[in-house]
Structure formats: structure tokens, C-alpha cells
Design a binder for this molecule. Structure first.
Ligand SMILES: [Zn+2]
Length: 132
């Protein structure tokens, strides 16, 4: 499979920011104990996935933004579809949806952090045809 030119598509597919081929995460998002595991560097082009120690602490702010967005995306439909239910309904439903989305939110927060602040830019010379 050829690497996508678009950094947005590569980000959505959680691929390396430099070669758009190497996977950012080692396991499936459904691996409940290891969904956050990342290789130290890209398996295709050797781009570092942790440019400096503690690099991903900053992604907590992105995670917070995703969680606030989730709260509104769940809370507003609850309000209108179920006629403003009791507060506990909001708490339970928003908590459940947030927990279910945790692997995706963590992964996309880290990917955004790496794409925005990791200092790597797409260079097609780094991608190898057929490499996964
Ligand atoms: Zn790479």
C-alpha cells in the first residue's frame, strides 16, 4: 500500500508523521491493557516517536479538549431527546461513553501532539513501497 500524501489521512490512520507508513501504536486499540503502547521509533523510517522525555504529557490538554467535546456531544442529545433527564443520567452516560472512547481519545491526542509538536514532516523519500 502506498503511503497517503495527505498528513490528515495519515494522522487519521495513526501512521508515522514522516513516512506516513509506520504504525504509531504496537497493538490493537481493543487491547485493554496495552492500547497506549508505542514503539520508541518508527518501524519503517526510524523517526523517533518520543522526541524528548515526557513528550506526551502535553497531550493531556488535547485529551481534555476531546473529553469536553464528548461531554457536549453526548449531553446535548440527551437533553433534547430525553427531555432533560435527571443529573445522574448525564453523569452515567457521559462517563460510560468517555470510558469507551478512552483508547481512541488517547491515541488521537498523542498523534496530534506528535504531528503538531514532534518536528517531523512528511517526506516521501522515507516511505518504502509495500512496507507496513
Ligand atoms: Zn516513519
Amino acid at each position: 500500500m502506498a503511503a497517503p500524501e495527505s498528513s490528515t489521512l495519515s494522522l487519521l490512520d495513526l501512521r508515522c508523521p514522516r513516512c506516513h507508513q509506520g504504525r504509531l501504536f504496537s497493538t490493537s486499540a481493543f487491547n485493554i491493557t496495552r492500547f497506549a503502547q508505542m514503539p520508541a521509533q518508527c518501524p519503517v523510517c526510524a523517526q523517533s516517536f518520543e522526541p524528548e522525555p515526557g513528550f506526551y504529557y502535553g497531550s493531556m490538554y488535547i485529551t481534555f479538549a476531546f473529553n469536553v467535546a464528548t461531554m457536549f456531544a453526548v449531553g446535548i442529545p440527551l437533553y433534547y431527546l430525553f427531555g432533560n433527564p435527571d443529573t445522574w443520567v448525564y453523569v452515567v452516560v457521559v462517563t460510560a461513553v468517555t470510558l469507551l472512547l478512552t483508547p481512541a481519545i488517547l491515541r488521537y491526542s498523542r498523534a496530534l501532539m506528535l504531528y503538531w509538536f514532534g518536528g517531523a514532516h512528511y517526506d516521501p523519500r522515507w516511505s518504502k513501497a509495500g512496507a507496513r
